[in-house]
Design a protein around this ligand. Sequence first.
Ligand SMILES: [Zn+2]
Length: 246
Amino acid sequence: MIYLFVFVGGAIIGSFLNVVIYRVPRGLSIIYPSSRCPYCKTPIKPIYNIPLLGWLILKGKCKECSHPIPIRYPIIELIGGVLAVLVYWRSGELTIFTLIIFAIFATLLALSVIDLDYKAVPDSLNLLALTLSFFSSPAVIDNFINALLLVGGVSLLRFYTSFLVGRETLGEGDIIVAGTMGGLLGVKLALVAVVVGAGLALLPSLYHRLIKEEMELPFIPFLALGTFLVWLFQPQFLQLWSRLYG
Ligand SMILES: [Zn+2]
C-alpha cells in the first residue's frame, strides 16, 4: 500500500518534471502560468493533469485543438513513479536523505531528457543536482570532497582525451554531472558508474557515428543511468570492486 502512495507521489513529480523539461531551457517560469497546451495555449483542466490517467483519458490529444500530446509526457510520469518506488525500496525508510536522493535522480532525469533535446543542459538544474549531492548523506564534508575529486578527475580525463582526439570530448555539463556522481556515490562507486555509463553509451555512440554520421551523442543520459544502476545495486558493485582490487 505504501508503495502505491510512493508511486503516485513519484508520478506527480514526473508530471512536474515535464513542465521543467519544457520551460527551463526556454527560460520560462516553472510556477506561472499553470500547465497549458503548447499549441493552442488553452489551460489544461486539473482533471487532465492527473499523471498518466490524464493522458489516457484525453487519448493523447489536446481537448481543444486535438493536437497530439507526445507519449513522452506519460512515459516521464511513469519513470517518475518507478524511480520513487525503487529509491524508497533501496533506502528501506523515508528520511530526509531518501527525499534528497530522489530529488537528485529526478533532476538527473530532467537533465537527461533536456540533453537529448538540445545537446546542452541548463546550469541551474545541473548545479542544483550537484548541490543536493553534498547533502545526500550526513557526511556532508566527505560528500563535498568526493564531488571535487570527480570534477577534477573527469576534467583531467577531458584534457587528455580532447588532446588525443583533437576536439572537445566532454562538455562542461558532463563534468558537473560527474561531481554529482561523486557526491552521491563516493569516489569508488562514482568511478564504477562512469565506466558503466560509458559502456552503455558505447553501442549507441557507434551507431551514431557510423550510421547517422553525427559526431555528438548526448552523454548525460548514460551517466545518469549508470549512476542510478550503481546506486541501486551498490552492495553488488562494492563486492565486485573488492573482488577486483581487494
Ligand atoms: Zn491544444
